[in-house]
Design a protein around this ligand. Structure first.
Ligand code: ADP
Ligand code: MG
Length: 249
């Protein structure tokens, strides 16, 4: 199979059923390289299920997809090497220190001891928490944990990073700082695939898809969606789509 490198992610009618329940219903879209792609939807819309299939963690019922040019059925190991994944329930090891967590994740991705030390220094100084290297993760506020988790999911410098509600439960200032990290990664050429249910964050994305009950019901630039639905915020777009009461046309 030749590897299609022109798109970061391609998805064609990807579907996941749990028994008779359709969690992800024939979703089709593509993500460009270097794009910040927002994957929006209310709780239970099917976002995590879709992400798990794309990361090679859950077998689809049917449909096709490639990630970094690799097939999600046959090349899951390749996918795992080329992506970062920060899960909704991502757990740093609370009983390990910050440095020990960095060493652990660096080790998983095959970094040498020397590389890990360098990464640890860079990550902690960038997050301005160098002095906390030997503190247990347990002692960190949630926002810092999330920022560290993000940095760790990028430790192997992946092409694409999947962030599943990375800012859930985090205060607005920390959310903004988190988005600065996202922009920096995107500036360095990393493709960002991010789910959120905070509609203000949707505005930060190059393009967004909106998922309702397993289906993608809209996909475009935030500015285009606002124009299309004649509203001045992404929250307005979302309200219309989630209620199923389109004022369009
Ligand atoms: N393993 C599973 N078995 C049965 N139902 C599931 C399973 N995982 C998710 N679901 C259901 O699929 C739907 C979508 O879930 P999920 O993908 O987690 O949504 P989101 O991430 O958008 O909140 C929900 O109704 C959820 O209860
Ligand atoms: Mg979820």
């Amino acid at each position: 199979m030749t590897r299609d490198l022109s798109k970061a992610v391609t998805v064609d009618k990807l579907t996941k059923k749990f028994g008779n329940f359709i969690a992800t219903d024939e979703i089709t879209f593509e993500v460009d390289k270097g794009e910040i792609f927002g994957f929006l939807g209310a709780n239970g819309a099917g976002k995590t299920t879709a992400i798990k299939m794309l990361c090679g963690l859950l077998t689809p019922t049917y449909g096709k997809a490639t990630v970094a040019g690799f097939d999600i059925y046959k090349q899951t190991e390749k996918i795992k090497q080329n992506i970062g994944y920060m899960s909704q329930k991502f757990s740093l090891y609370e009983d390990l220190t910050l440095f020990e967590n960095i060493r652990f994740y660096g080790g998983i991705y095959g970094l040498s001891g020397k590389e890990i030390k360098l990464k640890a220094k860079n990550i902690l100084s960038k997050l301005k928490i160098s002095e906390l290297a030997n503190k247990k993760v347990r002692s960190l506020p949630l926002g810092w944990k999330q920022k560290l988790a993000f940095s760790l999911s990028m430790i192997h410098e992946p092409d694409i990073i999947f962030l599943d509600e990375p800012t859930g439960g985090v205060d607005p200032i920390t959310r903004r700082q988190f988005w600065e990290l996202i922009y920096e990664a995107a500036d360095n050429g990393t493709t960002i695939f991010v789910t959120t249910h905070y509609m203000d964050e949707a505005e930060y994305c190059n393009r967004v898809s909106i998922m309702v009950d397993g289906k993608i019901v809209a996909l475009d630039k935030p500015s285009e969606l606002k124009k299309q639905y004649s509203v001045d915020s992404m929250d307005g777009v979302f309200q219309i789509l989630a209620r199923g009461t389109s004022v369009k046309g």
